[in-house]
Every structure is written in C-alpha cells, then in structure tokens.
Design a protein around this ligand. Structure first.
Ligand code: ADP
Length: 511
C-alpha cells in the first residue's frame, strides 16, 4: 500500500503538477498504463467540475484523447441531460453517488452504464475531488432482459394452459417459476413456490417421488408420474431444458389436473366391467343350467319310472342310472367350486412343497386306471430316465392336471387305443406330455379348448366328460405354477397335450 506522501504525489501527477523524481515517475507511468488498459471508464474531477484525470476508455466516450480533456470543465462534455443534472447536483452537494443509465441510439442500439462517484478527501478531510468509475453493463442488461422476456413468455404460456400448473426449477432443485390456472384453483400463490427449494414446498407425501423424478430429469431424462392430491388426480410431466450447447440447465414441470378424465375412464371401465360381468354371468347361467338340467331331468324321469317299476332288475337298472347322474352332478358342482376357488387363488397362496413329478405320475397311473381297463386302453409311462424332476408345487393340484389329461385321453379315444405319458427334463423346466391316438381336435376348436365351458361337440360330450371345465382347470393350475400348457392335434389321429413346468425355483434360487 502506498504511504500518504506518495498518495499526495499521485494526486499531483494526475493533475499534471510538477514532475516527481524518476522512480516515482516510472511507477506512475505504469499505473497510468494499467488504468488506460481497463475497459472501465475512470476519471477524476474537482469539486468545481474540472477534469484532473481521464483514462483512455473514458476519453473514448467523448471521442477525444485524454490530454485534450484534462483541465476542461466536465459538464459541457456530458451529453445526457439527466447525467449532467446529476453531476451538477453532486458538485453542489458532494457525496458518494451510484447511478445507472441506459442510452438509446438512433440505430436502435442500447448501451447501459453503471457509475460510481466517490469523493476524494484532502489531509484536512475536505472533499477536493471526485473519482468516477463507470462500466458498460449492456451485455448483462441484455441477458437480464432476455431472461425477463423468456420468463414473461413462460408466464404467458403457463397462464393459458387450462387446468395446468407450470414450474421451472434449477440445478439446486429450486423453483424459479410457478404459474398456471391450476395453482390458483388449488389455492396456491406463485410466491409459495418461487425461490424455494422443491424439498421445502413439495407436498409431504409426494416429496420423495417428486424429488427423485426431478433429479432424474436434470440428467436428461423425461419423467411422467401420476399422483393424487386434494381429491384431484394430477398428471405430472417433467422434461429437461437445455442451453444452446445441449447442457441441461433447468427442469420444466407441467402438472395437469386429470380428475375429470380419470373419472370418465373409471366410469367407462366400471360400466365395461359391469357389462362383462353381466354377460359372463348370463353365459355361466346358460352353460351350467344346461349341464344341470340334463342329469336332473334323467333323475326326475327315472325316479318317476322307478315308482312304477315292479321287477327288481329294472329297479336296479334305474337306480344305477340315477346314481350315474347324481355323480355327474356332483362332479359338475365340484368342478365349479374348484374353478371359482382357483380364480381366487394367487400363485403365492399355493400349498407348495418340493415333489418328484415322476412319483406323482406313477401314483396317478396306479390309482385311477379302472375306466381305462374297462375300455381296454393301455397306459404307458415313458419317464425321462436318469433324472428326478423335482418341482416346487401343490401336489393335489398337479394330481388334478395329470388326472384330467389322462381322463380326456381315455374319453376321447376309442376302445383299445393306447395312451402314453412322457416326461423330459430340461435345465430349468420339465415337460409332461399326455399322448393319445384318439379322435383328435379340429383346428377351428384348438384355440378355444382351454376356455371354460368350451366343448367341441356339446351334444355328444353330455354323455362323456364334464361341463367343459377340465382343461380350463388344467390351464389355471399350470399358470399358477408359472408354467404353460398347449396342444397338438390331428383329427382322427390323436392329440398331444404338453405341460411345461419350472423345476423347483426355490432350490434354483438358493443355488
Ligand atoms: P370336459 O371336462 O367336458 O371334458 P375339457 O375342458 O376337459 O372338457 O375339454 C374341452 C373339450 O376339448 C372337450 O369337449 C373335448 O371335445 C376336447 N378334448 C379335450 N381333450 C381331448 C382329447 N384328448 N382328444 C380329443 N378332444 C379332446
């Protein structure tokens, strides 16, 4: 820092006073050249308004050289009336003064300056001069104006989007702009959001999801999410705003009130469901009443005839008939009950345990083969040798799958036709096939045979099979176990039903 004697000499040289000693002279020259190299405008003038120093940038403002200006009165050189009045007042009433000016030129060029006038005191504390420093702030003013314009455009846009609120937030997740009719409709003001970090203003239970999504958008992603707030359904879309270089500088948020739309969607869904339910119920009643009525009418007729039958042999015959129809009814009711309980079952509800599929098949083959023997049909098991396919499954349900498929093969094959069960073990699944050489299924029917109540030949199958629920039950059980079932069939040649089941996933999961 220069001492006071030097400072005193500085004043002198700047005023053009007698030349100082050579070293001081060279320092002052350096200082002068530094001041001349500044883009800021620097000058000094006495309290009487006479320039004692101007740097190159300042002189340039008046299109003069610094030497021409030193010693000249300040006020005549100031072109702007306002500034001239301000400086005259400063001289009459010396103080520190800061002021900004915007100059509009005829070529529509606009220049903005920012000035500070500082009083300079002598040793006795009297103001002897003013030092004035100014800088061109046009670029900053233009940038500010552009931003103001952009913000006002955003406000305009936001206010004209019906049922919408628009927000812009910055890298610090601070809300820079909030507007739109939805804000007012929900009782919020712009001030509630603008300038505040999202974390402060995000609605408690939405804060986490909001922040996570907003942050992701700042890395260039787009996000859309739904939320419910104040009995409204809100759809929020967040997108990045990029600068010219493609860098994300802000996030743009559009919050739309979609309550009405959602309500219409819900109503439409509800009425579609009601319609669907009604038509399902109607077809259920139609299908089951037919399946119930047939055995019931056989029972009613035979009971009536039984009362009028005198011979014991005839009575036994009728009782057998009644017995068969009662069993059929019982089976239908059991299947209906099973189907509805399977409908209500989730995969997690299954009573699973590790079980050996081969053992299960052998068990079914041993216990249920009377009807096959009656029809002189052989049942051969070709179980993949050297493997033990362990499933994690509900045993009673898988028994039903195997039984239903074997029973169908038996029912829809002529006397003496062979039936085979094959398995093949793969790395993560096992396939089970039930193969018959029976009547097969026409291609038209194939896509439907797993549908509930679907019978290929409704008239004929009343005497065989059930109500068309067997394969629907098979499919539901297989799906609950994470597997699939499909069929290959050629009319007159036979059918292959294939069930694919995952091998014990728990064991695989635990390595
Ligand atoms: P159901 O319980 O009445 O037998 P399913 O759902 O088991 O009904 O079978 C639906 C239809 O698929 C049956 O009506 C039958 O026509 C046909 N079908 C099922 N399995 C076979 C098969 N192995 N061979 C030929 N047709 C079959």
């Amino acid at each position: 820092m220069a001492d006071s004697a030097n400072q005193h000499e500085d004043h002198n040289i700047l005023r053009g006073a007698p030349a100082p000693s050579p070293p001081v002279q060279s320092q002052l020259e350096q200082l002068k050249s530094i001041l001349d190299s500044l883009s800021e405008f620097v000058c000094r003038f006495t309290v009487d308004g006479v320039y004692t120093y101007v740097n190159a940038a300042y002189a340039q403002l008046s299109h003069k050289r610094p030497e021409e200006m030193i010693g000249q009165p300040v006020l005549p050189l100031i072109r702007d009336d306002g500034v001239r009045a301000l400086l005259a007042d400063l001289m009459a009433n010396p103080r520190r003064l800061m002021h900004k000016h915007v100059y509009h030129f005829s070529d529509s060029k606009v220049i903005s300056d920012e000035w500070t006038e500082e009083p300079i005191y002598d040793d006795q504390g009297r103001i002897v001069e003013f030092q004035s420093v100014g800088r061109d702030i046009s670029a900053a003013v233009i940038a500010q104006e552009a931003q103001r314009q952009a913000e006002s455009d955003y406000h305009l846009l936001a206010r004209n989007l019906p049922d919408t609120a628009v927000f812009i937030y910055d890298q610090e997740l601070r809300c820079r702009l909030a507007d739109g009719p939805l804000l007012t409709q929900m009782g919020f003001t712009q001030k509630f959001f603008e300038g505040h970090p999202i974390a402060e203003v995000a609605l408690a239970d939405l804060a986490e999801v909001t922040q996570a999504n907003f942050r992701a958008v700042l890395t260039g992603e787009r996000r859309t999410f739904e939320s419910r707030f104040m009995d409204r359904d809100l759809l929020t879309s967040v997108a990045p705003i990029q600068d010219d270089s493609g860098q994300v500088i802000r996030g743009l948020v559009l919050v739309q009130d979609v309550t009405e739309r959602k309500k219409i969607e819900r109503d439409a869904l509800r009425s579609a469901l009601e319609h669907e339910t009604a038509s399902l119920l109607a077809s259920f009643i139609r299908d089951t009443s037919h399946d119930l009525r047939t055995p019931l009418s056989i029972i009613v007729t035979n009971t009536y005839l039984l009362r009028r039958t005198s011979t014991e042999a005839k009575q036994v015959e009728r009782l057998d008939l009644i017995d068969r129809q009662v069993k059929r009814l019982e089976r239908l009711i059991n299947e209906l009950h099973l189907m509805s309980s399977l409908d209500a079952t989730e995969s997690n509800d299954l009573n699973r345990q590790p079980l050996d599929l081969h053992q299960l098949i052998q068990g079914v083959a041993k216990t249920n083969n009377n009807p096959l023997i009656e029809k002189n049909q052989s049942l051969t098991l070709h179980l993949d040798p050297d493997t033990t396919p362990i499933l994690y499954a509900d045993e009673s349900q898988l028994v039903l799958v195997v039984m239903n498929l074997i029973e169908n093969a038996h029912l829809y094959s002529a006397e003496g036709m062979p039936i085979e069960v094959r398995t093949q073990t793969h790395p993560d699944c096992v396939t089970l096939q039930v193969i018959d050489q029976g009547e097969g299924i026409e291609a038209d029917h194939l896509p439907h045979i797993f549908d509930r109540f679907y019978k290929v030949d409704a008239a004929r199958s009343t005497n065989r099979g059930g109500a068309g629920l067997g394969l629907a039950i098979v499919r539901r059980i297989v799906m609950l176990h994470g597997g699939k079932v499909y069929v290959d069939s050629q009319p007159g040649q036979g059918s292959i039903f294939t069930v694919e089941l995952p091998l014990n996933p728990i064991n695989q999961m635990h390595g």
